[in-house]
Design a protein around this ligand. Structure first.
Ligand code: C2O
Ligand code: CU
Ligand code: CU
Length: 509
């Protein structure tokens, strides 16, 4: 890396926003998939902020498809193969499949049931759900339910590998509130490439409280998995991994950005909608891109949910920021438009094609019995006075095995090292600091954000499992460790950072 040159002036700290576009950086932005040999990488280095690498765009060599030319796909809803008094049982088979993502080209994906995104599991709070994952791939896998309140043996610890040809039953008690969760690969050191190839899907938990609300439902409850990918001319989705060992090539060690925005696996798709309210479950399934989503030409999105389920009350917003791993549920009301209008969901953090996400075509008048109640749920604020410990976690780059790696409290991930030992039932404050942007995720424990750079966030508390730290921030979160004892991880959800060791164990004792 060549530190001085890469200093990104005018760029922003956000993972998704690439540089402001000074002349020195333009060349880098046009680097193409097949031009990424070691010589090129060594000569150009990666983009840096204050000497630290930030996510880098990998340009497609395939021509970019026309936006809004394909319909939005809806992931198939999985059906249990068995249901009994104890649980609902599902089976997902991980396998390679050839699918059409760019019109006219075949792309090989690794999919749960050969699908990208994988089938959506619709589960019920308090109803045990057992998912058998069978590995029909040529590489080991691990499956993690992101946002799940899961006992450790089913949480997808990064070294709990399912070998090719083997399978594992993951048991999810789902003693948790309704929320938009997702499952994805979590294999130690290889999560970035394996998610990039397609190993991710929705897992929606419902409960009685939510079902009793008049929110849009059925066809008007739409999960949207947003992620970016790049394509070679032959339609493949190559991942810029190292020739040997884990992680992305040096110039992508800040994170891999694609130039094609996919929603539910389709490039810049279009959804025909009624003049009615829709619940959009937004999930950022990207490796490293952060989005700032807004409707164009203008319009309000009413936030109703977060990573950990419904908010206490709806919050109308003009835009929604979404870092990797985060979810936001919004209601969009298309009755505010006329039949024939086209409403774009745009990404204000992107430029050019990456500023587009998808389009809603307002198709017809229709009856709408839905409503957004003024009160959605009750959220008990966790009380900092009850915290029994305050711990610090510093997320930063640093040297690792002679190169640069991503560290927590100065260490690369070590399966044997335990960074924190909270007691079951205890409330703790965790203070997290960043150098460049890091979306920080905790397994098991949903949390509330107490402060960002010393300031209380706006509005009443919400339940989160992933919080975006922007450049040089300190965020305090408060959480209670409930449910299960055992070993869990916290990590950066920029998947390149995660694979390059930005992860730490915590044991609930
Ligand atoms: Cu979504 Cu540990 O990850
Ligand atoms: Cu998780
Ligand atoms: Cu990070």
């Amino acid at each position: 890396m060549s530190p001085a040159r890469g200093r990104a002036r005018g760029g922003t700290s956000s993972a998704g926003r690439t540089r402001g576009g000074g002349p020195a950086l333009t060349r880098r932005e046009t680097l193409r998939l097949f031009g990424l040999g070691a010589a090129v990488a060594a000569a150009s280095g990666c983009s840096l902020i204050g000497g630290t690498p930030v996510p880098e765009l990998m340009a497609s060599t395939a021509p970019l498809p026309k936006p809004f030319a394909v319909p939005l796909p809806l992931p198939q809803v999985a059906r249990p193969y068995k249901t009994d008094a104890y649980a609902d049982y599902y089976e997902l088979k991980q396998r390679v499949a050839d699918v059409e993502i760019l019109p006219g080209l075949r792309t090989q994906v690794w999919g749960y049931d050969g699908q990208f995104p994988g089938p959506t599991i619709r589960a019920r709070s308090g109803r045990k759900t057992i998912v058998r994952v069978a590995n029909g791939l040529a590489a080991p896998t691990v499956t993690h339910l992101h946002g799940g309140h899961t006992p450790p043996q089913s949480d997808g610890y990064p070294t709990d590998l399912v070998q090719p040809g083997a399978h594992r039953d993951y048991e999810f008690p789902l003693e948790q509130r309704a929320a938009t969760l997702w499952y994805h690969d979590h294999r130690m050191d290889y999560t970035g490439p394996q998610v990039w190839r397609g190993l991710a899907g929705f897992f929606l938990v419902g409960d009685e409280e939510e079902a009793a609300l008049p929110l849009p439902s059925g066809e008007r409850d739409v999960p949207l998995m947003i992620c970016d990918r790049s394509f070679a001319e032959d339609g493949t989705m190559p991942y810029p991994g190292r020739e040997q060992g884990p992680g992305a090539r040096e110039m992508f060690m800040g994170g891999v950005l694609g130039d094609v925005i996919l929603v539910n696996g389709a490039p810049w798709p279009q959804l025909r909608v009624d003049r009615a309210r829709y619940r959009l479950r937004l999930l950022n399934g990207s490796n490293a891109r952060t989005y700032e989503l807004a409707l164009s030409p203008g319009g309000t999105l009413v936030r109703i949910g977060s990573d950990g389920g419904l908010l206490a009350a709806p919050r109308p917003v003009r835009q929604v920021r979404l870092a990797p791993g985060e979810r936001v549920d919004v209601v969009a009301d298309f009755s505010a438009y006329r039949v024939g209008d086209q409403v774009e969901l745009r990404n204000l953090a992107g430029e050019g094609p990456q500023a587009r996400v998808m389009r809603f075509a307002v198709d017809r008048d229709a009856r709408d019995d839905s409503a957004i109640p003024a009160r959605l749920s009750r959220i008990e604020p966790l009380d900092p006075a009850k915290a029994t410990a305050t711990r610090d976690f510093e997320f930063s780059s640093g040297s690792m095995h002679g190169g640069t790696g991503w560290l927590i409290n100065g260490r690369p991930f070590d399966v044997k090292h335990v960074e924190a030992r909270p007691k079951l039932g205890d409330t703790e404050i965790w203070r997290v600091t960043s150098d460049v942007a890091h979306p920080v995720h905790l397994h098991l424990a949903h949390f509330q954000v107490l402060s960002v750079n010393g300031e209380r966030p706006e509005g009443p508390p919400e339940w989160k499992d992933t919080v975006e730290l922007r450049e040089a921030q300190t965020v305090e979160i408060i959480t209670r460790f409930t449910g299960y004892r055992g070993r869990y991880v916290m990590h950066c959800h920029n998947l390149e950072h995660e694979d390059m060791a930005m992860m730490a164990n915590f044991d609930v004792i």
